[in-house]
Design a protein. Structure first.
Ligand code: 13P
Length: 266
């Protein structure tokens, strides 16, 4: 199974100049890796999700490289156009050449009150425009402490169940167009990480739950996110239940990001 390492740049970097420098560094390091190993991350798909203002430029710059480009979110209101000030649709994202979007990141759930209903709408719009979806789920510290992790994840995964119930025709392609990213909220940007065996057991539960929705979804890609860095990536990559990583802070430096990708490329 191919691994995925995805850089969520969030509201970074501050300037287009810094975006250019990061892309220069990424492309140079990819070329060096290719020269050394003769294959360019053959077992790991790399993707970056820049801030919306930078998305078109980053996609244009990466279109002839193996690196894919994703949005961090899309409009829930309409898949195409409309009077929705401040929003950007799935169609507009696809039109600039991006092929994926992140949805349901805990920062969006927290700061924008994104409910399961809204996320189902967004997921439907994304898939209608042929965008793949990286769907983020995860529990808070309080929920983790109260041992509610699996209950919380089950509730968040009802969005996928509702999608399948509404559009069973998606089942044939869903496992290649939907990726689940398990990101415990308490591990994001904190330097605190669950143990690999905890993540592994949680991923096993996620995969079993998806298989209960439909047998064909048993092999869905499940990534771990939350304080993944160049030092701990190897340990996550060694576990067969962890199909890759969704990386925040460490994706803003080419060296640490590609070290993580290399760990999952093995
Ligand atoms: P950090 O890697 O900075 O903890 O962020 C994880 C994340 O939220 C990726 O979506």
């Amino acid at each position: 199974m191919q691994a995925w390492v995805i850089g969520n740049w969030k509201q970074n970097p501050a300037t287009s100049h810094e975006v250019d420098v990061l892309l220069d560094d990424l492309c140079a390091a990819m070329n060096t890796a290719k020269q050394i190993s003769h294959d360019n991350f053959a077992h790991c798909q790399i993707m970056v999700a820049p801030s919306l203002i930078h998305l078109a430029a980053v996609q244009a710059r990466l279109k002839d490289t193996p690196i894919l480009c994703a949005a961090q979110d899309i409009s829930a209101h309409s898949a195409s156009t409309g009077a929705y000030t401040g929003e950007c649709s799935a169609q507009q994202i696809a039109d600039v050449g991006a092929t994926w979007t992140i949805l349901g990141h805990s920062e969006r759930r927290q700061y924008h009150q994104e409910s399961n209903d809204i996320l189902l709408q967004k997921m439907t719009h994304a898939l209608s425009q042929k965008l793949g979806v990286v769907f983020c789920i995860g529990e808070t510290q309080a929920q983790y402490d109260a041992k509610q992790t699996l209950t919380v994840l089950d509730n968040q995964l009802t969005v996928v169940k509702a999608l399948i119930d509404q559009q069973p025709e998606l089942l044939d392609t869903l496992s290649t167009r939907l990726i689940i990213a398990y990101e415990p909220v308490w591990a994001i940007g904190t330097g605190k990480v669950p143990t690999v065996s905890e993540v592994s057991a949680t991923h096993k539960h996620i995969k079993q739950t998806l298989a209960e929705f439909a047998d064909s979804q048993a092999n869905m890609t499940v990534l771990y996110g939350g304080s993944v860095n160049a030092d701990n990536a190897d340990s996550f990559a060694a576990d067969p239940m962890i199909d890759g990583a969704l990386v925040g802070g460490a994706s803003l430096k080419a060296e640490s990001f590609l070290t993580i990708a290399s760990a999952f490329d093995k």
